[in-house]
Design a protein around this ligand. Structure first.
Ligand code: BTN
Length: 263
């Protein structure tokens, strides 16, 4: 894997663990120690894998991908959501190589195959004087997990590459493609800006044009999903026509967008 990634920004150094608490915790520790961007942590299993909004991330041994990446983008903290958008796009492009099914991106940072979640992204940020000091981008991809391996609470909403394609996939091959795609889009993001990434992300977005609800803590906001702005925040049009900018939450569809091709 090291040789295949020579010269790439992401994956220039690999820290591998057979078992770990959480790859994000380890990458965060390394970020604190001052390790450069592009260093990746990979584990075969996680004992305390974490998801967004304080949820657990099911991380059985030798089945899936659990990786965390140190990034030092030099952005203001308000632009950090761009990184998860960029990562979602890189994951989606990677999965397209291995799976013919319909791959979509669900704001803020899920990747879906045929409407079911196959990947989640957890970004953690360390700031210093209004600047990002580093971001840890944690990516979990369900690769060779069978339907029976899925915990009962996510059985209907989650999937894996193996469930979708009926075959076992090489996690190493997927990781190499993932780090290459991440390197490509991260270079674009930190060089040319966010426009092309935003456009490509929108082409694959699951919620745009739908009436949705976004729940965050005890609040729920409803509206039509219009798109993401230049910082990666979701823009909703409320019932009163006013636009609302949303930075975090759990989105669900209330009404699908009207399909012009359907009678
Ligand atoms: C989510 O959808 O809730 C985000 C899930 C992120 C899971 C990954 S697995 C690798 C990294 N280590 C963790 O503890 N979490 C992330």
């Amino acid at each position: 894997m090291k040789r295949s990634l020579a010269g790439e920004i992401i994956g220039n150094e690999i820290r591998y663990f057979a078992e770990i608490g959480s790859t994000n915790d380890e990458a965060f520790r390394l970020g604190w120690q001052g390790l450069p961007q592009g260093v990746v942590v990979i584990a075969d299993s996680q004992k305390a894998g974490r998801g967004r909004l304080q949820r657990a991330w099911h991380s059985p041994a030798r089945a899936n991908i659990y990786t965390s990446i140190i990034l030092r983008p030099g952005f203001a903290p308000s632009a950090a959501p761009r990184l998860t958008v960029m990562a979602g796009l890189a994951v989606a492009e990677t999965l397209k190589i291995f799976c013919p099914g319909i791959i979509q991106l669900k704001w803020p940072n899920d990747v879906l195959i045929e409407g079911k979640k196959v990947c989640g992204i957890l970004a953690q940020m360390q700031t210093e004087a209004d600047q990002i000091s580093f971001v840890i981008l944690g990516i979990g991809i369900n690769v060779n997990m069978s339907g029976d391996d899925l915990p009962s609470d996510i059985k209907n909403s989650a999937t894996s590459l193996m469930i979708q394609t009926g075959s076992v996939h090489s996690r190493e091959k997927i990781l190499i493609n993932l780090y290459k795609n991440l390197s490509k889009w991260y270079k674009k993001l930190t060089g040319d800006g966010f426009d092309e990434i935003r456009q490509k992300w929108t082409e694959m977005a699951a919620l745009i044009g739908c009436d949705i609800q976004v729940a965050y803590r005890s609040e729920a906001i409803r509206g039509k999903a219009l798109g993401i702005d230049e910082e990666g925040a979701l823009i909703l049009a409320g019932a009163d026509g006013k636009q609302v900018r949303i930075l975090a939450g759990d989105a669900s569809i209330i009404k699908e967008k009207r399909n012009a091709a359907r009678n």
